[in-house]
Design a protein around this ligand. Structure first.
Ligand code: ARG
Length: 767
């Protein structure tokens, strides 16, 4: 299965909001390296205290990178490392995804959350609940700005039609069910269809007679391993407490991807189920879900060099790749997508300018959209810059050469042959990369067209028996798709959609005509006819003026009831366009399927060879499944502060967004009103901290746990210098940025009056 570079990283970042500019100095304006206090010894200069013999091991530890699966934590190297670092939690607890603490961690779909009470309370990031805040905002109460607090369960608000809380229930290795005999199927299309069929069969058997359960077949190591994962999928999720924007997104886009940082990036949801304890549609009759496991908040506080681990659902990395794949990305893909993102960013900036003539509603949505585009633009630019710097490509090359050398050893001939063919296929793919990219940008460049294509596909799939439909379009997928349509109603803006679609079409003009037959179809002109920007604008006028697809009821009707015949007769210009494009896209899908059918065995062989070459100590690329990373609270350079502290907010504050802390907070800082939340060494409330953990998009909201498995903070960002670690892990440049749970407790207690939430966490309000 070929990785796709585009969208995937962003999908997650965008799902979690996001944005950013860089500020790259790792040194803070204060804050202390919190070593040397509390009897744990050490001050960043190497002192080792007698009562903590593991401190030296922790100081010496430099995370080599790895988003480990629970099963991988059984590797003796982990047990030895954890022991040396003084971790009391038995390594076995980290191998069992169904036991504490792992089972307290849940997927929020693009973000991570954790149960923190027996009543289904879930903690995650502030930037992960932006959709729910938007969903509940009214002209009089902008929750995105003001935040939200339910003083009782009755006051909680629905998080929206697509928000789920997924609790992992079981993991089953189904590699042989998926792969046995696959190589005997010579026709690559049939091979791909057979793989899909096996996955559908496994899923259907797993979900049969078990409502509320969602089963996913996931590939690890590019097809070398397959796991069936069962999730309890909770679909009544409510908003409990979110701090105001001036705390939750303090520093905004200026501080995004940067350290030092002072962001209060936390928020709370609650998961609800039917009275029988099973997932149910949202209803006032539902009751809080009672998880088997939930995290307890650490009461002692952390300090530099402490052991920490992060459990979460990282989305996508590209490490198990060949050197050539990465080199192509550096030479072509990243620059190309960065240029595209820059153009989108510029369009949105123009819409937001004071003299632009777009309406207030469009501006609101453009602002949210721009933040996501900016976050992605920053990330891609950061990955590219990082890969070009220092010896990153040389390191990639060294690993790749090791893999190839292993494959050359006697007995490994089948690996060598597979890698040769894999290289050829990758080279072929690179030849059409631009055309493929531009086509998908154009064809999926408008949400209206995406929806229309969805209706066309659904109408066709519905003609078949459920088991024979393409994965993603079966009966089990319909509720999810319907939720997406409802969310769409609140998010769509025709002015923005048209501008983005236009950009993709105008960009496609640069392709030779033979490479873009679809552009003629979209613009509605014959083959050979000349297309210019004026022709594109004329076509867009027709499409956007004539469509009825903004109407939710009309869309749901098409989604659930339309037949191919009815769609062919439709007068809606977007539906007509989708019908016209469909045969071409289907032919393309067939080609892609054949490629995937051949590729899967090759990419799996390369991944297996890489594992062998690295003595089995390699984690699979992130794939939105549960992973563990561990390390220590660690600054970039010894002696630098690993924490920021509240008093720095006073110095940083400008009284205007994004540096506009609430007045009450500034006064509390001046008065040093820390209550029990101050750190004994820092002498005040810690705000954010950094450590050498290995995370990526999707990890947002992940719990940071101490050596006992207790909650000490939440991961919410990485530093821009380190984002190239998605491709080649580099300890020297890579840190995770986390919010200290003591900061959250202080704000909840003193500023936001969230005493009810604090009490539910087992903390007695003191201020
Ligand atoms: N940079 C983070 C990520 O992509 C998103 C942080 C959201 N905050 C923000 N100010 N945009 O994972």
């Amino acid at each position: 299965m070929k990785r796709s570079l585009f969208f995937s990283t962003l999908l997650l970042a965008a799902a979690c909001g996001g944005g950013g500019t860089k500020s790259t100095t790792p040194t803070g304006g204060g804050g202390g390296d919190v070593t040397g206090g509390g009897g744990t010894g050490g001050d960043g200069t190497g002192g080792v205290s007698a009562d903590d013999p593991a401190l030296a091991a922790r100081k010496a530890f430099a995370n080599p990178g790895g988003m480990w699966t629970p099963a991988q934590m059984a590797h003796p190297q982990h047990a030895a490392q954890l022991k040396a670092m003084g971790v009391s939690l038995p390594a076995e607890n980290l191998t069992n995804p169904l036991a504490a603490p792992l089972n307290a961690v849940v997927s929020l779909g693009g973000c991570t959350g954790s149960f923190v009470s027996p009543e289904g309370l879930v903690i995650t990031n502030h930037h992960c609940v932006q959709g729910a805040l938007q969903f509940n905002s009214t002209p009089d109460n902008n929750l995105v700005e003001n935040g939200f607090l339910a003083k009782s369960q009755a006051e909680e608000k629905a998080a929206g039609p697509t928000q789920k809380v997924s609790v992992a229930q079981a993991f089953t290795d189904i590699t042989s069910d998926m792969m046995d005999g696959i190589d005997k199927i010579a026709d690559f299309n049939k091979r791909k269809l057979e793989l899909e069929k096996r996955a559908k069969t496994a899923t259907a058997a797993c979900e049969k007679g078990r409502p509320g359960l969602r089963c996913d077949v996931k590939s690890f190591f590019n097809g070398a391993q397959w796991t069936l994962i069962e999730y309890l999928e909770i679909r009544d999720v409510r908003l409990v407490y979110v701090p105001p924007r001036s705390i939750g997104n303090y520093g905004g886009e200026i501080d995004n991807w940067a350290w030092p940082r002072h962001t209060g990036d936390w928020a709370f949801y609650r998961a609800y189920v039917g009275k029988d304890g099973a997932p149910a549609d949202p209803s006032p009759d539902n009751v809080p879900f009672q998880p088997k496991h939930w995290l307890k908040v650490d009461q002692d506080g952390t300090r530099a060099h402490d052991f920490i681990m992060i459990v979460g659902y990282p989305g996508k990395t590209n490490r198990v790749t060949t050197y050539d794949e990465v080199a192509h990305d550096v030479e072509w893909a990243y620059p190309y997508i960065i240029e595209n993102y820059q153009q989108r960013y510029d369009l949105l900036t123009a819409m937001l300018a004071p003299d632009s003539n777009v309406g207030a509603g469009t501006k609101l949505k453009a602002g949210v959209f721009k933040q996501g585009v900016q976050n992605g633009l920053e990330k891609f630019s950061g990955v590219l810059a990082g890969l070009k710097k220092g010896d990153m490509m040389a390191r990639k090359k060294a690993v790749d050469e090791k893999v190839r050398a292993w494959a050359q050893q006697p007995g490994n001939e089948e690996f060598a042959a597979a890698i040769t063919r894999y290289d050829q296929m990758n080279a072929d793919e690179q030849k059409t990369a631009r055309v493929d990219f531009d086509r998908s940008q154009a064809v999926y460049g408008s949400a209206h067209l995406r929806n229309a294509l969805l209706f066309v596909r659904m109408a066709e799939e519905r003609q078949k028996k459920d088991a024979d439909r393409k994965p993603g379009y079966q009966d089990r997928d319909v509720p999810r798709i319907e939720g997406g349509q409802k969310q769409f109603t609140r998010q769509f803006d025709a002015t923005i959609d048209r501008a983005m679609f236009r950009l993709a079409l105008v960009r496609a003009l640069a392709l030779p005509e033979a490479d873009r037959p679809w552009l003629n179809t979209i613009v509605g002109v014959k083959k050979g006819a000349k297309i210019d920007e004026a022709a594109i604008d004329k076509a867009l006028d027709t499409l956007y003026k004539g469509t009825k697809l903004e109407d939710e009821a009309a869309r749901l009707d098409l989604l659930k009831k339309a037949t191919p015949g009815k769609l062919k007769a439709s007068k809606d210009p977007f539906v007509k366009l989708a019908v016209a494009l469909w045969p071409m896209l289907k032919a393309q899908e067939k080609k892609d399927d054949a490629k995937a059918g051949e590729m899967v065995l090759l990419s799996a062989k390369y991944a297996t060879a890489m594992q062998k070459a690295l003595d089995g100590f390699l984690s699979p690329d992130a794939n939105l499944t549960l992973r563990i990373t561990y390390g220590t609270i660690k600054p970039f350079k010894p002696g630098e502060p690993a924490y920021t502290v509240a008093s720095q907010i006073l110095a940083k504050d400008k009284g205007e967004e994004p540096f506009d802390a609430p007045t009450k907070q500034l006064e509390a800082i001046k008065a040093k009103n820390w209550g029990p939340y101050a750190d004994p060494v820092l002498g005040e409330v810690p705000v954010n901290f950094i450590g050498d953990l290995d995370i990526t998009g999707g990890n947002s909201g992940s719990a940071v746990l101490d050596e006992k498995g207790q909650l000490v903070g939440l991961a919410f960002d990485g530093n821009i210098e380190g984002v190239a670690s998605d491709v080649v892990f580099n300890h020297a440049t890579t840190r995770t940025i986390m919010v200290d749970i003591r900061y959250a407790m202080w704000v909840m207690d003193l500023l936001d009056g969230a005493d009810n939430v604090l009490e539910e966490l087992g903390v007695k309000p003191a201020l």
